[in-house]
Design a protein around this ligand. Structure first.
Ligand SMILES: [Zn+2]
Length: 252
């Protein structure tokens, strides 16, 4: 008997309150923007939580961390609005230099207890060949935060007004080597691209046109083909129950 037969996989598109936790400004749009737009167009509330301030995101030697962080914050707000997202929580860690996972997790638990999402979207912390430490740490901290948030005895002194211990129904890992869910994003594809292009400091016209645009289009079309859609985004959707002491959880 497989664990997937014992514990059902929740339906991401039925979520009413979703928290998207990502390492840097632009990651949410690139990896899950079509799904976010679909959720908000169905009436779901979607909130963002950015682990870092994006302050390493420039190849210009004359740029400062403060300046690029301010630019990227503005770009992220506009990108989020394009997808129907107005609630953004900034953890404020320095881009490229996230501290240890426990420190990050603690701040994420506080956001989960405030937002009280039924679903979390984040990156897959077990993605093979992911070299960026911010990506690995953010994803692992997010899944650990989802596990800890329901326990009143986890960080009890952090629980402020408006916050309470909270369980999520599901977690959707974007950019997973083992996806189990494909979302048809054909109707929100244009909005996803528009939101990605709000991140002007990261995707200047020639770079987008020659590199990111064609790659994103080809990969999204390939994912969409699995369900007969023009464009798709895929996720590994699980519950926190799947994510503890089950050896076959990877194949859920
Ligand atoms: Zn990133």
């Amino acid at each position: 008997m497989d664990i997937k037969d014992l514990i059902p996989i929740p339906d991401l598109l039925e979520a009413k309150n979703v928290l998207v936790i990502f390492p840097h400004p632009d990651d949410a749009e690139l990896t899950a923007g079509g799904t976010v737009a679909l959720l908000t167009s169905k009436g779901a509330k979607v909130s963002y939580c950015s682990a870092t301030d994006g302050s390493m995101g420039s190849f210009d030697p004359s740029m400062t961390r403060e300046k690029i962080a301010a630019i990227r914050k503005e770009e992220q707000v506009r990108a989020a609005e394009t997808l129907g997202v107005r609630d953004i929580h900034w953890l404020g860690f320095s881009d490229g230099f996230l501290p240890d996972i426990e420190t990050v997790r603690r701040k994420m638990v506080a956001v989960i207890r405030l937002v009280k999402p039924d679903f979390i979207i984040t990156l897959d912390p077990w993605l093979t060949y992911e070299a960026h430490p911010d990506h690995r740490k953010t994803a692992m901290a997010a899944v650990e935060a989802a596990m800890y948030a329901p326990f009143p005895l986890a960080y009890p002194d952090d629980i402020k007004e408006g916050q309470e211990p909270h369980s999520v129904d599901g977690i959707a890992f974007a950019v997973s080597s083992h996806p189990n869910t494909v979302i048809d994003i054909t109707e929100t594809w244009e909005r996803k691209i528009a939101a990605c292009l709000c991140h002007k400091s990261q995707f200047q016209e020639p770079v987008w046109k020659n590199v990111f645009g064609p790659i994103l289009t080809a990969k999204s079309a390939e994912i969409g083909r699995k369900i007969g859609a023009a464009f798709g985004e895929d996720f590994k959707v699980m519950t926190t129950t799947h994510l503890h002491i089950f050896a076959d959880a990877w194949q859920v």
